[in-house]
Design a protein around this ligand. Sequence first.
Ligand code: PLP
Length: 410
Amino acid sequence: MEIKGFSSRVIHTEYAKKDVHNALQMPIYSNAAFEFDTAEQMEDAFIGRSPDHAYSRISNPTVENFEQRIRSITGALGVTALSSGMAAISNVFFTIAQAGDNIVTSKHLFGNSYSFLTSTLQAFGVEPRFCDLTNVEEVANAIDDKTIAIYFETITNPQLEIADVKALSKVANEHGLVLIADTTLTPPNIFNAGQNGIDIEVISSTKMITGGATSMGGLILDYGMFDWTKFQKFSELAQRFGPFTFNAKLRKEVFRNLGACLSPYHAYLQSLGLETLSLRFERAGSNCLLLAEYLQTEPKIKSVNYPGLKTSGFYEVGKSQFGRFPGAMLTFNFNDREECFTFLNKLKLISRATNIYDNRSLIMHPASTIYCDYPREKREELGVSDTLIRLSVGIEDFEDLKNDIETALR
Ligand code: PLP
């Protein structure tokens, strides 16, 4: 029987190798090394002639099961689970970039991703080039013969900007560039990256996938669509590995050498989270839309931003790419920073905490936290004003969330 549904596929992904006790849930293999009966078998595992595990930094049965579930729901060719979303992002760029290359992207990115590109990666001679990714002409103008990739977030955090993915994919194809997307805000139950022309996808599985922010994790998904013979530095590898070129370079070199592997405990937690992803997202997305509509009626709030609101400039593109609920996060503005702090301090149910896409609603003032290292002018440039509040909406009952906000505002 062909299993078609997202949740059915997550729950019924078969084991690569059945558990010896027929455990229904993949057990936690919390060990570093695996034993071989013969030296020949050990050699086969190291060379890659057999799929056996040798050492958990390279591969592990519990982690592999999590990766297989992700492959089964997305159709990706290669999936690698890592220790955090930032580990996924850095491993992708260390795999494809070298000194002299540039990457076309936007300043509207998660703060640590922006910092990674402008500080960490730039120190290795790779230049980030910023433009407005919602304007394909600007994107095309930013590209030159040293550009290797376009990098974007499907919904940017915290600006909530949405680029037209198919238009970006067209530009990337025309110029022979790898299209890389961070889809953390639009999990795979609402958006399939491969079907939208994204070559490499990164996800912080710390967020919606964990199901309650139980652990840190990140994912790299390679859809095997990019023709790596176009990259001179990959041409030899591409002859050998064809569509598996990126995955081979990542798994046999960068991921192995950087060592940011996912713990089997966390893979177990995230596999459990994945089983209820679709249900939880529906609830959080619906709560988010209702809250955004309610917040618009509050006179003390200057403006509300959620792409699911008909008043949003990204409503149409958000609806066509992500359906009814384009994410479960919204932002709103007060008149000044003091009003923001007063409001935050009065909340009783919504947690003052960083992170997004937990089961509980999380609220924060990005300017004084994630972006506190940047001066005010720089923050404004990054789309993070002092009057902005970010609310990641959880799966609590809507009326309780609304009451908490209403009481804090009075
Ligand atoms: N990408 C986005 C859009 C994020 O919001 C975050 C974290 O908030 C990350 C990446 C980094 O993920 P992690 O904290 O798992 O390293």
